[in-house]
Design a protein around this ligand. Structure first.
Ligand code: DAT
Ligand code: MG
Length: 151
């Protein structure tokens, strides 16, 4: 059964500043994942606090906020079959030290905080996170994409 999903991906400030955005976007495309929307944003501290509100109170929260507000990010909506799991697999685990050699976090991350990318962890989170960054105007509906050719 097909399971077309959308997820939010972020190319974090370390990867943008390091000049890895192009390679990460290429990796997404090479794996056949469709980019439905994309833009560069600079989060304020308050934006970062709201985006990562689920982690309030954890030991790493303040450092995470400073890092995420420390430079521009690229935010993307990825779309496709099982894309939540596929993108999390492509990224690898949170800590680049534990990530497989071919994973994005191993290739472009430095440590558990500076880990290059974000991906939503559930379909509920994906809906909220996409709405955090993108208005309806910025999200093309699947129904307006050209139909598969019938001739
Ligand atoms: P993930 O981004 O893999 O979903 P998470 O949701 O548990 O991981 O944490 C969000 C981000 O917070 C993570 O990408 C990097 C940072 N983080 C998590 N655990 C950390 C730790 N022990 N030390 C420093 N930063 C941490
Ligand atoms: Mg998470």
């Amino acid at each position: 059964m097909s399971n077309i999903e959308k997820t939010l991906a972020i190319i974090k400030p370390d990867a943008v500043a390091g000049g890895f955005a192009g390679k990460i976007i290429s990796t997404i495309e090479e794996h056949g994942v469709r980019i439905a929307a994309m833009k560069m944003v600079q989060l304020s501290t308050d934006d970062a606090r709201r985006f990562y509100a689920v982690h309030v109170g954890k030991s790493f929260y303040e450092g995470l906020i400073d890092f995420m507000a420390g430079g521009p990010c690229i935010v993307l909506v990825l779309e496709g079959e099982n894309v939540l799991e596929r993108w999390r697999t492509l990224m690898g685990p949170t800590d680049p030290q534990n990530a497989p050699a071919e994973s994005i976090r191993h290739r472009f991350g430095t440590d558990v905080r500076h880990n290059a990318t974000h991906g939503s962890d559930s379909s509920e989170a994906a809906l909220l996170e996409i709405a955090f960054f993108f208005s309806g105007l910025e999200l093309p509906l699947p129904s307006i994409h050209p139909k598969e050719s019938s001739h």
